[in-house]
Design a protein around this ligand. Sequence first.
Ligand code: ZN
Ligand code: ZN
Ligand code: FE
Length: 782
Amino acid sequence: MTAAHPGLDRERRRVAVRGLVQGVGFRPFVHTLAGELGLAGTVTNTGEGVLVEVEGSPDALDAFCRRVAGDAPPLAQVHEVEHAPLAATGATGFRIVPSRPDGARATLIPPDTAVCADCLAELADPADRRHRHPFISCTNCGPRHTIVTGLPYDRANTTMAGFPLCPDCAREYADPADRRFHAQPVACHACGPRLALTVPGRPDLGGEQALAEARRLLADGAVLAVKGIGGYHLACDARDAAAVALLRRRKRRGRKPFALMARDLATVEGLLPVDPVERELLTGPVRPIVLLRRTGLPVPEGVAPGSPDLGVMLPYTPLHHLLLAAPGPDLLVMTSANLSGEPIVTEDREALERLAPLVDGWLGHDRPIHVPCEDSVVRVVDGEQLPLRRSRGYAPLPIPLPVPVRPALAVGGDLKNTFALARDGYAWLSGHIGDMDDLATLRAFDRAVEQLGTVSGVRPELLVADRHPGYRSLRHAERTAAGRPVHRVQHHHAHIAAVMAEHGLDGSRPVLGVAFDGTGYGADGAVWGGEVLLADYDGFRRLAHLGYVPLPGGDAAVERPYRTALAHLRAAGLPWLPELPPVRACGAAELGLLERQLERRLNCLPSSSMGRLFDAVSSLAGVCHRAGYEAQAAIELEAAACGFGRADGPGAGPTARADDGYAFGLSARAGGWTADPGPVLAAVVADVTAGAPAGLVAARFHRAVADLVRRSCAAVRDRYGATTVALSGGVFANALLSSACASGLGEDGFTVLRHRRVPPNDGGLALGQLMVAARSTATREE
Ligand code: ZN
Ligand code: ZN
Ligand code: FE
């Protein structure tokens, strides 16, 4: 029967695959799979994903539908496979047909991915036609997000559109059996982008000459601008103290740590210990900067003065590999080329102009960067990844949401801004944009909103911003709302909602949210930042907080922790003893002014900020009086607690004696608890005046804060019965504190949720804003 009527047991199906299925080698995979199963048909990219029509025996079709998700290529993420019957046509053969720019734009653009092992092997193979090609890539690796200019994801809609394929590349690109089939950034020496080295007063160099001269300059201690995937870096030899000092001076960087790029894993392991989770992050396809706790000082002090960590990454572009190859420097400083707080420089002309005072030369190329994308930063805390900046390698992958949302744009906060676009069950988070305090950042913000809007297909019906009336992000949202509502969400509520969302909580049960950060606009107009909330997505109740202390307002206070310390001493009724470090750090005239300011409460805001309390203690312990970058005083206090002083370097950790330490007062008030920092400050002063080392003070303070978290959660549980604690806010970038809180709460039987997909700092705010204000079921706004 079957032989006589071959059409009878044949079926045809239309299979729609949605998820991260473009730019990841999905169509060749489908082609191979169909071939293996003896199926006929076609596959194409649409604006919606990958659309397959397959024809063959029902068994083979079933196997196809199963394996199309189960056996997908490494970079793919299949979210949905939908199939519908069609009439069989009797067609034979399987073809990849041209992309169709239709569909509802539910497709996903892959993130930029580190050069893969296959490409690296070719890069090193003298017989390969891409030997030493600085732009080698394939379907499994290379730039994606930063080169996409439109959808569907095809070469014409990338910044590679200006590089017509040579006949050899064109053949590979068109051959379904080739590992470069439809790899959009594919190129070679003949047709690809070109390197150029620009050194003022000298003729430009290209190709191998450019590379060789750049390597020589770096070895000689020069500072170079190096064009990467998502922007320019400033690079110098990290083992050359003079070069590092030169870069720090030119960039007016203060003490802010520089990130490093090491030749290979062995180089990193020669610097400091690397645990298996860190190793996986370092060598994986994302290649973030991994903050590794240093145990000594394996690099010049100027790389990361006073920091408990070194931020290290491995090469992720072929150019990086060529630049760092032996012989020559095996460890480079690779810091984003920007001025403090501004977006990373991506345009060649801008780089030539704006970086001129900073560099001795530019190693660039002519592949345009369509959107900026900074390096991501992660650290490992208790064996889990904690993102501190979610950018290259993650963006623009969406985060699945536990409950659907209306099409919305959440604009995030003013510092470390990232925004989010969302609809249905997904949120697309932008990369790190910058601090929203200048025009360049706002422009970068608008460009990024537009690009992510194209990629995600989100047409926002509403906007979400912070409640702070002075936030530029809020004002920007209001300016661009064009009649759409702008919902406003309390800062710490958003922090907690963000942790809940990434852990998949549907919000049906409230959590205890511990939100510790530097500053956030409180519901009562005060500066909040040491908050324990009973929260779900709908709302929150402030159960406990640090007692209000009037702190001198403005940026000056944040930049000068000694002023915060003095304000805290005064609020605690402690005298400004002349031998105390913050008193010594403050000039006599300024002391007088500050005293009058605090007395009259001029430009002073009541504050419950935990971040500022860390600043105060950092200054009191003599660790840091002036912060040149955000959270510097707290970071150096953490370093001191880990046994790293500002000047004394690594030593035996004093944590052994930290237990007999300080304790916050915790007193019940109407509807909650207030934590009084006074007793802690008094104990700090007693230790400091008795000559206790900074490390001991720092360690005892960390313990006291962890203990406060434990005590307030226990107190609150007894009354409200919540058993899950969510930790968020920038203070929880502190690994020592995060660990101590989690272990204490764990001992008390709490389930502890910490960030693992978005940062605890304001870089994670937008996700929480969405969850509070844009849920489809949201019945009220705050
Ligand atoms: Zn590759
Ligand atoms: Zn070519
Ligand atoms: Fe915050």
